[in-house]
Design a protein around this ligand. Structure first.
Ligand SMILES: NC(=O)c1ccc[n+]([C@@H]2O[C@H](COP(=O)([O-])OP(=O)(O)OC[C@H]3O[C@@H](n4cnc5c(N)ncnc54)[C@H](O)[C@@H]3O)[C@@H](O)[C@H]2O)c1
Length: 499
């Protein structure tokens, strides 16, 4: 597929704005077709929340953002796009008609996806020009944080299109789930719908309030669902004998009429009761503030799971690999001149990096130099494949010298000088500079040791990596070595006592 630089979004409501935020933060230009007044302002608010969430989600330096354009017709959004994502109201006739119009304006090779929660792709592709490029890509709210996207082709979808859509979604941090069969509601919404129906019965029958039902999930099964889902959780509930024992013990209950399956009638009384209980739960908090609470909690869950390399935490880890690779690729590439300190990491002082003095706080210097080291390692070939094969450099010593202050918003860059390298060791001097003014702000001298991560001990780096480092070290051998290198911290010696 041609590189996706611009995405056309049809509809910029809850889901369209969420897509816009994820795409813009991935430096992809977005053209949104929406006929509602205030779309741009609403997307700007979602972007504020999304930027805030990303700053908490990852330490990867924020990259450039894509541009946002609002247009009035679906044709205008589609003709500019390398990928189209439809997010119009869940109305089959409306979607079919507008998808048809958009498809006639789009280039013939452009994949057209729909965010529909449950409509069948075969029905939606009825009026599409070149219907083989149509696929459902069903996301979850908030699209800028939730990793899952369900991909489902229709009867007319070309076999390669779900895979092409999945590749694109993966590149912006999503976790595609490929559906083998076209069904109403796909997988996740079927499950959520079953729970939702039963929950409505519990309210309708006055068994529990909305808050009590939510407590039943969030203090209980919801915690396990977040990382193990249903089946792995039940396997453990079966004890040592696993799923077979679980089925033997709890199988008979499946025949008991615990669940009603059919939804209750949405009577005025049920709607009033549920809406009132939902208002009580919200306790007067605005939607935007509840969204921020939701985002903070989602970030906390994903970061917690990242430490265990499990479930959505693994998706976050893989996304961060992409973000770091992208952030560092843009600065220098192999083949560029290496006879000066390497400028491999450029960033900006984020507002929340600043302390009560208005200057970048101490811990962020280490973070920025760590990002500089990561960029250097990536430059010499230490990428996710190298890590997966069990090799990595660990930093064993750092000496930071703070030389000048820097304020929020200032562009910064790390210039890296390789002082020495052998089989296992790498000696580096990073200098942090103001990106515009050139002022040197700090230096960090670091010693790194190459390790075999499986064995947990020092081991020689791969030859190719070592060769690249040696070439840089040789090129840098003509550079001045600052006096600060090798310096240790001492008190100035006390003046001699007068005789
Ligand atoms: N809300 C969710 O949690 C969620 C989750 C996953 C998928 N979806 C799916 O995403 C799609 C959009 O849902 P939503 O929740 O964002 O709805 P929404 O009502 O918030 O947004 C729909 C947008 O489409 C715009 N629109 C309507 N007619 C238009 C037209 N003729 N031309 C241009 N724009 C038009 C509206 O102004 C609105 O901004 C639906 O198919 C839904 O099933 C929703």
């Amino acid at each position: 597929m041609t590189e996706v630089r611009t995405v056309g979004l049809l509809g910029g409501g809850v889901i369209g704005a969420g897509w816009a935020a994820r795409l813009l933060l991935n430096n992809i230009d977005v053209v949104v077709a929406d006929n509602a007044a205030g779309t741009e302002a609403a997307i700007a608010e979602v972007m504020d929340n999304a930027r805030r969430a990303y700053r908490n989600l990852t330490l990867c330096p924020p990259g450039a953002e894509g541009s946002l354009t609002i247009v009035q017709s679906v044709e205008a959004a589609a003709e500019a796009a390398d990928f189209v994502q439809e997010n119009l109201p869940e109305d089959q006739a409306l979607k079919t008609a507008l998808l048809g119009r958009a498809s006639r304006a789009a280039r013939p090779d452009v994949v057209i996806a729909s965010s529909t929660s449950g409509l069948r792709p075969t029905a939606l592709q009825a009026d599409i020009a070149k219907p083989g490029r149509f696929v459902v890509g069903h996301p979850f709210n908030p699209v800028y944080l939730m990793p899952l996207v369900e991909i489902c082709g229709g009867a007319g979808t070309s076999p390669d299109v779900p895979g092409r859509a999945a590749d694109f979604y993966r590149s912006i941090g999503l976790h595609p789930l490929m559906l083998k069969t076209e069904i109403d509601g796909f997988i996740a919404d079927r499950l959520m719908e079953a729970l939702w129906r039963e929950a409505l019965h519990l309210i309708n029958d006055d068994v529990a309030t909305a808050a009590e039902i939510d407590d039943a999930i969030r203090f209980g099964p919801g915690l396990r669902w977040a990382f193990m889902g249903t089946f792995l959780t039940y396997r453990l509930a079966g004890g040592a004998a696993g799923m077979r024992h679980f089925l033997a013990q709890f199988g008979p209950a499946l025949k008991l009429p615990w669940s009603k399956l059919e939804a209750p009638e949405l009577t005025d009384d049920l709607i009033e009761r549920l809406a009132g209980q939902s208002d009580d739960q919200a306790g007067g908090q605005s939607i935007r503030s509840l969204e921020r609470l939701r985002d903070d909690c989602l970030v906390a869950v994903m970061q917690g799971l990242k430490r265990h390399d499990f479930g959505a935490g693994r998706a976050l880890k893989q996304y961060e690999e992409i973000l770091y690779e992208r952030a560092h690729q843009t600065v220098m590439v192999q083949g560029d001149r290496i006879d000066a300190p390497l400028v491999l990491h450029q960033s900006r002082v984020a507002a929340e990096w600043v302390d009560y003095n208005g200057h970048m706080t101490e811990s962020r210097y280490l973070q920025v130099f760590g990002d500089g080291t990561d960029a250097l390692l990536r430059f010499v070939g230490i990428d996710s494949a190298y890590h997966a094969a069990g090799g990595s450099y660990y930093t064993v010593e750092t000496h930071i010298m703070n030389l000048a202050e820097v304020s929020a918003g200032a562009p910064i860059e790390v210039r890296s000088q390789v002082l020495g390298v052998d089989d296992k060791r790498l000696h580096v001097l990073h200098a942090l500079h103001h990106g515009n003014e050139g002022t040197q702000l700090a230096t960090a001298e670091q010693m790194l040791v190459h390790v075999d991560t499986a064995l947990g001990r020092a081991a020689p780096a791969e030859l190719e990596v070592r060769d690249r480092l040696v070439a840089i070290a040789e090129a840098h051998s003509v550079l001045d070595i600052p006096d600060s290198v090798g310096r240790r911290i001492t008190m100035p010696s006390a003046p001699k006592a007068r005789p």
